[in-house]
Ligand binder design. Structure first.
Ligand SMILES: Cc1cc2nc3c(=O)[nH]c(=O)nc-3n(C[C@H](O)[C@H](O)[C@H](O)COP(=O)(O)OP(=O)(O)OC[C@H]3O[C@@H](n4cnc5c(N)ncnc54)[C@H](O)[C@@H]3O)c2cc1C
Length: 526
């Protein structure tokens, strides 16, 4: 018998494991479907090499009507550290107005003035030492990218020539402009919450971590969660908690487990063959994501990732192994920007200047060298949902982000068209323009707004930021309350991961997810 069961040892679950087991009187069990993170997870450049492997859930969306019927690949980490062990490690909080928007949407206690001290408290920033907007004594080490490619500096110069102001700190007074992201990288290695929070807590006698165990159902009796059922080596097992079960299985996993446990929209549950335990209409609804569109340009010289050979890969790995430096200590997404698609909005596009001629998440590299410029929609209107295909807990749920098709205003596609145009403006500036041979087909042929829209619909990807499937709030579709992140109507059941984000933030979402886990732990500890 445990006091607390945490389901999932991902970005949030590792934080919860540390904070909740810091109370020596609390016996904590963490159940994680994946295994220990592999070596590739330590090496900053190697995150895409884990896609479609045993440590990736390798989801695909439903065919997207707004994306010319394509099913879009959605990787998620399935290992200790979760998606935070496969991600690109960028550390960013979002805009103050994002969090003020959360408060306005009914989430009291989540305004910028409330969350900023918490962000500062869990940060340990290597560069911003005496800075009122940064912390230096938290568990999460945050630093500049260890290796800068000279061509990333050329991208930055071109971005400034295109009118973007230089921004030395995207978590500083203003998010707008171009510069270098900071990362959760320590001494040349990934330093996600698996290392920052979970690893040091594993020496505690009151904390148990079980890996390769898949939770299949939350056991609910008389409107109270009392434990979970899980599969270990294919055998059904159960574990019980006197205090609480905390779901930290991510935006897909947490919603799926609630639905499998009979908590969700009654008609959908019945259709999937699941007995209704507690009707909660919002479970799985409101799925949000950052949509991303790359355009690639061939370069005259072999540069960056496009210049890598068998020999240089081996040499850069040897360098990383001996000194944790060199090209393998970079995630190759360090140069970027936050820009406005039009003057009357806050920055609504995030840009990347990647020195790599990749398409489709670096799984396929062009035979010629080049650079890829990404534009990502920061505050999407598109809203989707997650539903069960069946009562089988092993079957992937249906994931339908409903990109563009659910945005009747048309503003999502219009903003992204502007993102492509801004990236082309950057590519047309010195010193990039002298390096570039030309834009690669098929974006190269897209000139009018309608043609660019077609290109975006045919080639957009996820920026991997699934959120909001069990969102907090006080309205009828809210799943958890904003104060304790407890599932409405079920005692002893909390959700503390990216699924509770009420409205998407303007930036990569691991840092807000850590904020959520820290806040949930504090509320549970009381
Ligand atoms: C490729 C990629 C790149 C990204 N890049 C960045 C970035 O640079 N910066 C950034 O801020 N964000 C980034 N993100 C997003 C960020 O990593 C995620 O939003 C964040 O990790 C989500 O945290 P979470 O705790 O909600 O879920 P996760 O970290 O996904 O954790 C969920 C955990 O639960 C486990 N689990 C699921 N179902 C079960 C079950 N039934 N039983 C037991 N365990 C289960 C999973 O295996 C996983 O370990 C990226 C994400 C990806 C996938």
């Amino acid at each position: 018998m445990y006091d607390t069961i945490i389901v999932g040892a991902g970005s949030a679950g590792c934080v919860l494991a540390n904070r909740l087991s810091a109370d020596p009187h609390r016996k904590v069990l963490v159940l994680e479907a994946g295994r220990a993170a592999p070596r590739a997870s330590d090496i900053p450049s190697d995150w895409p090499t884990m896609f479609n492997t045993a440590v990736d859930w390798s989801y695909y969306t439903e065919p997207q009507a707004g994306c010319r019927g394509r099913r879009i690949f959605w990787p998620r980490g399935k290992m200790v550290g979760g998606s935070g062990a496969i991600n690109a490690m960028i550390y960013i909080r979002g805009l103050p107005s994002d969090y003020d928007g959360w408060e306005k949407a009914g989430c009291a206690g989540w305004a910028w003035r409330d969350v900023l001290p918490k962000f500062i408290a869990f940060e340990n920033n290597a560069r911003f030492i005496d800075d009122p907007l940064h912390g230096t004594s938290g568990p999460l080490y945050v630093a500049d990218v260890p290796h800068v490619d000279p061509n990333e500096l050329k991208w930055l110069e071109a971005a400034q020539a295109a009118g973007l102001p230089h921004n030395p700190d995207f978590n500083g007074a203003s998010q707008e402009g171009a510069g270098f992201f900071q990362f959760v990288i320590r001494d040349g290695e990934r330093f996600g919450t698996g290392k920052a929070y979970l690893r040091p807590a594993l020496t505690r006698a009151n904390l148990t971590l079980k890996t390769s165990v898949r939770v299949t159902r939350i056991i609910i009796e008389r409107s109270r969660a009392i434990g979970v059922e899980y599969l270990e080596n294919g055998q059904p097992k159960s574990a019980f908690a006197t205090g609480e079960v905390v779901l930290a299985s991510g935006a897909i996993g947490s919603a799926q487990q609630l639905l499998l446990s009979g908590v969700g929209p009654a008609d959908e549950l019945k259709a999937a063959g699941v007995e209704v335990v507690h009707e909660l209409a919002g479970v799985g609804r409101d799925l949000q994501d950052h949509i991303n569109i790359p355009i690639t340009f061939y370069t005259k010289e072999k540069i960056g990732v496009g210049a890598w050979t068998e020999e240089s890969l081996a040499a850069s790995l040897a360098e990383w192994e001996t000194s944790r430096s060199g090209p393998r200590s970079s995630p190759w997404v360090a140069a970027g920007a936050h820009v406005r698609s039009r003057p009357d909005v806050e920055p609504d596009l995030q840009l990347y200047g990647a020195i790599s001629p990749h398409r489709d998440y670096v799984r396929f590299l062009s035979s010629r060298p080049g650079i890829t410029l990404h534009a990502t929609l920061q505050r999407p209107n598109s809203r989707g949902r997650i539903t069960l295909r069946s009562a089988d807990p092993i079957e992937h749920p249906a994931i339908d982000p409903c990109y563009f098709a659910s945005d009747a205003s048309g503003s999502d596609i219009a903003t992204m068209i502007e993102g492509v145009r801004i990236n082309r403006r950057i590519a047309a500036q010195s010193p990039l323009k002298e390096m570039i041979e030309g834009e690669v087909t098929p974006s190269a042929e897209a000139a009018s707004d309608a043609e660019i829209a077609d290109y975006i619909r045919g080639h957009c990807t996820t920026l991997y930021h699934a959120a909001s499937t069990c969102r907090m709030g006080t309205d009828d579709l809210a799943v958890v309350d904003p104060q304790r992140l407890q599932v409405r109507g079920i005692d002893g059941l909390h959700i503390a991961d990216a699924s509770v984000i009420p409205i998407m933030v303007s930036g990569n979402i691991q840092t807000p997810t850590i904020l959520i886990a820290e806040s949930a732990a504090a509320a549970i500890l009381g």
